[in-house]
Ligand binder design. Structure first.
Ligand SMILES: Cc1cc2nc3c(=O)[nH]c(=O)nc-3n(C[C@H](O)[C@H](O)[C@H](O)COP(=O)(O)OP(=O)(O)OC[C@H]3O[C@@H](n4cnc5c(N)ncnc54)[C@H](O)[C@@H]3O)c2cc1C
Length: 478
């Protein structure tokens, strides 16, 4: 519980006013319906809520926030509830209301000529990708959770994913936002401009704020030409440093057509083959490390394939590469991506795991993985290290599975200590303890050890200014 604030249950009057603001169909007190929205999928965080509101439009969101502010009622904005840091779950004892944005799910406008789309916060990410595809455009945000996460959640966590290398994270894809402030005021800034130098960037306050400053109700976003030519390569490399070398060679050879570069360790392939249906070893022999590389360009480009193949051949001759395959069909390519995106899923049946979403300058990735693996292996014999992720952005998902013979609870009892060790190494190497998942509840205290004090103080002042009553997602981020 957030000890800086007094929490009491919402008054009967507040509840009645909130229900009236959204009308029948816009709220529920049914605990069976609410249950999946107050717990985290992996069972790491649980909360409760007596009321879940499901507004249908921005005006209803505005009324809700005005009432909450006047009646000192706290709320948690929620999209798909796929946060991995407990950001979207109410905290027990804080008597929060869940504000689900799921019904704000209209695509308000799509303009292929100006490469823009305007969407409501509750749109599922995959639906936005499909809408772009229908007009021969690409919305490049791509995450394992894209079938259930919502764009309001993606913006509020500044989500990353596999396309960051070329297209940037969600912040880079946002042109404008519509936001409801805690006092109910609506910021209308759904411009589709590429250039707008008119003072402070207000929209950027709400991107990555994890619902602590206001509610995003809609966004104007960038689209891109749909790639006509996509090459997906799966390569074996002798060590992690070779991945960094190979990425640099690929960029030198084919420029910014390198759209994704993902590192996968052998143990990841073992977990996939064991637990995920349809997974198989992509190469004939087994190797220590692999990279999944995607190259894409707008038109069919014979030279691109030749340049990519030549680069792989040169890397092989220089001992940077051990083996490689280029997917022969779209189905093969999506199978390789399915394997990459199922790594977390494949780790689940292996028992308790302790995870880190961290980033370092890419040249420090080999040191991070070597030093972190050694430190945790020295602490827990036979711990299984699964370090994978968006290496092209310096982002490693540095995960540890319990030793085969250890009990889940005994392993989890070491979680705090392991987090400290890994985060200290990350900090020493000039990195960040949260690359793309945010702080939520999970890293709210830990960030105080690492973030610049003046930045933390400014964040507190901004929070107090915009949300003076502290009604927005208390106990998260700050
Ligand atoms: C299988 C899997 C794979 C994942 N892969 C990635 C990945 O590759 N990269 C990555 O970055 N993340 C990843 N994630 C984490 C998660 O999917 C992202 O953080 C996602 O952006 C959250 O979207 P959501 O709609 O589920 O938000 P929620 O979980 O519902 O909410 C997240 C935060 O945003 C706030 N919020 C939600 N909607 C709004 C709104 N409209 N206005 C204001 N605040 C709001 C919530 O209060 C909360 O603080 C993954 C998660 C899973 C389960």
């Amino acid at each position: 519980m957030d000890t800086t604030r007094n929490f009491s249950p919402p008054s009967a009057e507040a509840i009645d006013r909130l229900k009236a603001a959204v009308g029948p169909g816009g709220w529920t007190e049914d605990q069976e319906e609410i249950a999946p929205w107050v717990r985290e999928d992996r069972g790491l965080w649980f909360g409760s809520a007596t009321l879940m509101l499901k507004p249908a439009n921005t005006d209803e969101v505005s009324q809700i926030l005005r009432i909450c502010n006047e009646t000192d009622t706290c709320l948690v904005p929620q999209g798909g509830n796929t946060s991995l840091v407990g950001a979207s779950i109410p905290i027990e004892g804080q008597h929060e209301i869940v504000l689900s944005l799921r019904r704000l799910n209209r695509i308000r406008d799509i303009d292929p000529l100006s490469n823009t789309i305007i969407v409501e916060a509750g749109c599922i990410l995959a639906d936005i990708q499909d809408a772009a595809d229908e007009v021969e455009r690409l919305f490049p945000l791509s995450l394992g959770s894209q079938g259930s996460c919502r764009i309001g959640g993606n913006l509020s966590t500044n989500a990353g994913g596999t396309g960051v290398l070329k297209y940037g994270n969600t912040r880079d894809l946002a042109l404008g936002l519509e936001v409801v402030l805690p006092n109910g005021d609506i910021i209308n800034d759904l411009k589709t401009l590429r250039k707008d130098n008119t003072g402070y960037s207000v929209k950027n306050l709400f991107i990555g704020a994890e619902g602590t400053l206001g509610v995003i109700t809609a966004a104007s976003l960038k689209l891109f030409p749909k790639p006509g030519d996509v090459l997906t390569g799966f390569v074996a490399i002798p060590h992690v440093a070779a991945a960094i070398d190979l990425l640099s060679r690929a960029r030198q050879a084919v420029g910014d057509t390198v759209t994704a570069f993902e590192l996968i360790p052998r143990i990841g392939i073992d977990f996939l083959c064991k637990h995920i249906e349809g997974s198989r070893d992509p190469l004939e022999n087994q190797y220590e490390w692999y990279a999944l590389i995607e190259i894409s360009a707008p038109g069919k480009d014979v030279d691109l394939r030749t340049a990519f193949e030549n680069m792989l051949e040169a890397a092989y001759n220089d001992d940077v590469l051990e083996d490689a395959v280029i997917a022969g069909s779209a189905a093969q390519a999506s199978q390789l991506w399915r394997m990459r995106e199922s790594l977390n899923e494949a780790q689940k049946p292996e028992g308790a795991s302790i995870k880190h979403d961290v980033s370092v300058p890419i040249t420090e990735i080999p040191q991070l993985i070597a030093e972190g693996s050694e430190a945790i292996s020295a602490m827990i014999e036979d711990v299984r290290v699964l370090a994978f992720g968006h290496v092209g952005d310096g982002n490693v998902h540095f995960n540890f599975s319990r030793p085969l013979t250890m009990k889940d609870a005994d392993f989890m009892a070491q979680a705090e200590k392991i987090h400290h060790i890994i985060h200290d190494i990350v900090h020493k190497l000039g990195g960040s303890i949260s690359a793309e998942h945010g702080l939520g509840r999970h890293k709210r205290e830990e960030i105080k050890r690492f973030k610049d004090p003046a930045s933390l103080e400014l964040m507190s002042k901004i929070k107090d200014l915009i949300d003076p009553n502290g009604i927005m997602n208390p106990g998260k981020v700050i």
